[in-house]
Design a protein around this ligand. Structure first.
Ligand SMILES: *Cc1c(COP(=O)(O)O)cnc(C)c1O
Length: 335
């Protein structure tokens, strides 16, 4: 027993008696990756596969699970990169449809793509309605993590994570994951990964193992702080609207998310959102989410017209709640 797993950076492992063993070439699999996949799979209740980023995991899901001519129904207001990616693959015959994930998915969808909760609109999918749909159901649970929701237990077929966010948690690793309920999906995606070469590095897998040890504590604390900040922002005169699953009655989120509502929220200000961004002193004016340090940014710069001009997305880190609130108050005073 060692306290920390060692990283094996080998790309080859010698055959045994002329036969390849469980590991022979790192593009197919490597020991650190397999160990991290085991740990994540146990948390989600399925079989996990790591990819070099969330976007690479999404690409593998689309190429591995959908066929030319098929329809991918993506939740409205979900991670903006997902719709862009499906649109990119329209040239290979996929069809994109966007729908309201709080209701049942469109009947003609072959692959249903939900987000629990959506980034940055914080809507929560109706997992029961989706699981009654005949199509393959994938839930991007980046923002909730298995600490709060385990979508496979609610009928989803696959879970996707940008492990760059909460699972990694420290703004120091780029990683993605798919967790499969069915062996058939797992085998298909494993073969595709080996062929396309979209393999996560041993170093990234090792960092994930390190991070999973504190995942539950981080998410619990981030949820508590985010709920408190969401309530205070909701009462602030400069804030027109707050989106957070734990604010107001959202029976769907409450039913599925146990033990908190996560560290991600968004709110709208009237006036120049950039003034809030540039006045921050503690919270980083940066993109991404899920790290131990808080980040905030106006999403208009990336998402264009689909988000309100004054929408600010806040990812709550592990700083003291009062320190974060003082920072937000003084930044909002710049409006
Ligand atoms: C960031 C993000 C992704 C993409 O993940 P990368 O690791 O940046 O490639 C996918 N889904 C959601 C919800 C995200 O926040």
């Amino acid at each position: 027993m060692t306290e920390s797993t060692s990283i094996d950076r080998s790309t080859i492992w010698p055959y045994e008696e002329g036969e390849p063993g469980p590991f022979f070439y790192a593009r197919y699999s490597h020991p650190t990756g397999v160990e991290a996949e085991r740990a994540l799979g146990a948390l989600e209740g399925g079989r996990a596969l790591l990819f070099p980023s969330g976007a690479a995991a999404a690409t593998a899901a689309l190429l591995g699970l959908a066929r030319p001519g098929q329809t991918v129904a993506v939740a409205h207001g979900a991670y903006y990169g997902t719709a862009l990616l499906v649109r990119e693959l329209e040239a290979w015959g996929l069809r994109l449809l966007e729908f309201d994930q709080t209701g049942p998915p469109p009947e003609d969808a072959d692959l249903v793509w939900l987000e629990a909760p959506s980034n940055p609109f914080l809507t929560f999918p109706d997992l029961e309605a989706a699981s009654a749909h005949p199509g393959t159901v994938l839930v991007d649970a980046t923002a909730s993590t298995p600490v709060l929701v385990r979508p496979l237990e609610h009928g989803a077929d696959l879970v996707l994570h940008s492990a760059t966010k909460y699972l990694g948690g420290h703004h120091d690793l780029l990683l993605g994951a798919l967790v499969c309920r069915y062996e058939e999906h797992y085998a298909r995606l494993l073969a595709l990964r080996g062929r396309t070469g979209a393999v996560a590095s041993p170093d990234a897998a090792w960092l994930l193992l390190r991070s999973l040890r504190t995942l539950a504590l981080r998410v619990e604390r981030q949820s508590q702080t985010a709920l408190e900040l969401a309530r205070r922002l909701d009462a602030h005169p400069a804030v027109a609207r707050v989106r957070y699953p734990g604010l107001g009655p959202d029976p769907r989120a409450a039913r599925y998310m146990q033990g908190g509502f996560g560290g991600l929220l968004s709110f709208d200000v009237e006036g120049d959102a950039r003034k809030v961004e540039t006045s921050l002193r503690v919270i980083r004016n940066a993109t991404s989410l899920g790290g131990v340090t808080s980040t905030l940014e106006a999403r208009r710069r990336w998402e264009g017209e689909r988000v309100p001009a004054g929408l600010l997305r806040l990812s709550v880190g592990l700083e003291d709640v009062e320190e974060l609130w003082s920072d937000l108050e003084q930044a909002l005073a710049a409006l």
